[in-house]
Design a protein around this ligand. Sequence first.
Ligand code: F6R
Ligand code: ZN
Length: 191
Amino acid sequence: MSLSLPFVTQVGFDSGTLRPPHKRIQRRLSDMALMYADRAAAQRILAQEGDRLIYEYQFVELPSAEGQLPHGSTRILPGDIGGEYHMTKGHYHARREQGEVYFGLSGRGMLLLQTEQGATSALEMSAGSAAYVPPYWAHRTVNIGAEDFVFFSVWEARAGHDYASIERDGFRQLVVMRDGAPALAQNPKYA
Ligand code: F6R
Ligand code: ZN
């Protein structure tokens, strides 16, 4: 056993910024253009507007050992791609038995979840929401507001991230704009 030392990180509720800075990953439209239902809209935006930033996440990297708890923030910018709100890629944990906690810091979001057996869930989140992602549930967050949606997450170091099936099929539920408001729609890929 190697003993870790305690430490504190300051988190910006509106920006998600970690102080001191830690690992930071940005996802742009080109990184996930095939994940939006309207691929033509994604290509149009890439051609006309350029490669917009969809979300970024920052987290404290820790050794991949039992009991270590990496943690960090995600900021999803407001906007949509062909009427589908900006979202994270979403993933299963490679070790399916590992859960996670999300805590809303600012803005308005939706947490989409699903299992490999076909169960689905969609939970609204805002500042102060503590959402529980149980073991075996894939999870994706969506910004359904006009401001950045920012949340904090804590997961187990050995959970691992399995993006493959989501990259191929997406989530069963899409979060789309209907009459200017968010609504759930069925992903035609699962019809
Ligand atoms: C970690 C976790 C979050 C996400 C982050 C970005 O297990 O669920 O910290 O990693 O919100 O989303 P993805 O990883 O789906 O690109
Ligand atoms: Zn996760």
